[in-house]
Design a protein around this ligand. Structure first.
Ligand code: PGA
Length: 243
């Protein structure tokens, strides 16, 4: 895993943008695996600014997202589809029909997971963007998720519900279930870019980079990815022994 440490979250977003821009510039019909959460917002802002200023085009680009809450409509402001439109997709020249995410309203969950796995096979990702949870989760893959799992439905852990409640009015509003790509889908991407900001992520970052590869720390599987870049700010990198 290549590790890049930046001074703060602004410098991190600059670096992440460089990596993403190289993929977009290198292939006009690239498939981008995208993520939600607070960490990638600065990167998305830079992609929008660059599109406006330099005309970087996403007309032939496709996007696939990691995960979506079960039970929320795409128009619900708390849904990840809404987040993606609000932070990126509505502000660039991408064709929205080329932007994919699990259907949170699907009634047959198993069928929806099969549909998404088939879609991911049809659209090999040139890059997959990721954040990391305090407990080392990636997407909604919590500790204990088998590494060979593909898209599945998860029941969120209390830790994740509490962390995500900051986006909701009250904790009881946070959906309890979600669709998520599995570790295997994530590892299938050609390149992985994982971002981490803040001292609250420092233990997870250390375990991911320097600990053993174990299903109890889902992000540790990334040690086995042939092209994985971690960009961490000084806080998130503060517990790494090799800097
Ligand atoms: P965050 O979430 O970007 O909001 O910190 C990351 C994650 O939990 O995967």
């Amino acid at each position: 895993m290549k590790v890049i440490i930046t001074k703060d979250k602004e410098a991190l977003a600059d670096k992440a943008f460089e990596v993403m821009k190289a993929v977009v510039d290198g292939k006009k019909d690239a498939v981008l695996g995208l993520a939600t959460g607070s960490t990638p917002i600065g990167l998305y802002a830079r992609m929008v600014a660059d599109h406006r200023k330099n005309g970087t085009s996403y007309r032939e680009i496709k996007t696939v997202n990691l995960d979506e809450y079960a039970g929320l409509r795409p128009t619900d402001p708390q849904s990840y589809r809404y987040f993606m439109r609000d932070n990126l997709l509505d502000h660039i020249d991408i064709d929205l029909t080329n932007t994919y995410i699990e259907d949170g309203t699907a009634t047959d969950a198993e069928k929806e997971c099969e549909r998404y796995n088939a879609l991911l096979r049809r659209l090999p990702r040139d890059i997959q963007l990721l954040g990391i949870g305090e407990n080392g989760h990636i997407a909604f893959n919590e500790p204990g998720t088998p590494f060979d799992m593909e898209t599945h439905v998860v029941t969120l852990t209390e830790n994740t519900i509490a962390a995500n409640s900051r986006f909701f009015e009250k904790e009881s509003d946070v959906p309890r279930r979600a669709f998520t790509m599995g570790p295997k889908n994530i590892m299938d991407a050609k390149k992985v870019l994982i971002l981490a900001v803040g001292t609250n992520k420092a233990d997870a970052v250390r375990a991911m980079v320097e600990g053993e590869v174990t299903e109890s720390l889902p992000a540790s599987i990334l040690q086995k990815h042939p092209d994985c870049i971690l960009i961490a700010d000084e806080g998130a990198a503060s517990k790494l022994s090799k800097k």
